[in-house]
Design a protein around this ligand. Sequence first.
Ligand code: ADP
Length: 156
Amino acid sequence: MKKIALFPGSFDPFTNGHLDIVRRGAGLFDEVIIALGTNSSKQRYLPLDWMLAQLEALFQDEPRVSVRSYQGLTVEFARATGARYLLRGLRNTLDFEYENSIGQANRLLYPELETVALLTAPTLAAISSTIVRDIHRYGGDAAQFVPFALPPPKPA
Ligand code: ADP
């Protein structure tokens, strides 16, 4: 049976830290689906369609990686796609606490779904979407943290 892993997140924006997890996941699984979760109560910094287009272009030559967006519960999307693995990245103990509690809840909701968390590469551990957004918002150069060109920041 094909081993499909779902890599869910807001990816607002997707960063080089996320890219490392996808590449390493593609070495472990037959297929990695990057799943952009949409949450109507959370306003995105960069539009979802723009982020989807960047990711589709980035992975167009990587047949093991696909990009989707979804609404609702991650476990239900995993079920719908046939994913039996939930791929996550761990940077520090805060990530661990969060991933541990969400992973335990997901296990109750979908016991066959195995959460697989990869330890971040030390050089990428300091990168977060929040930091990239803050650098970008105030006109700083965030190019070294993301695998594509960001649009100009909106005037304040
Ligand atoms: P969420 O909305 O679930 O917080 P994110 O888009 O921030 O999603 O991140 C998705 C996943 O990628 C999470 O498992 C997060 O811990 C992981 N991640 C984020 N930044 C990095 C990084 N620099 N290195 C490795 N993993 C990361």
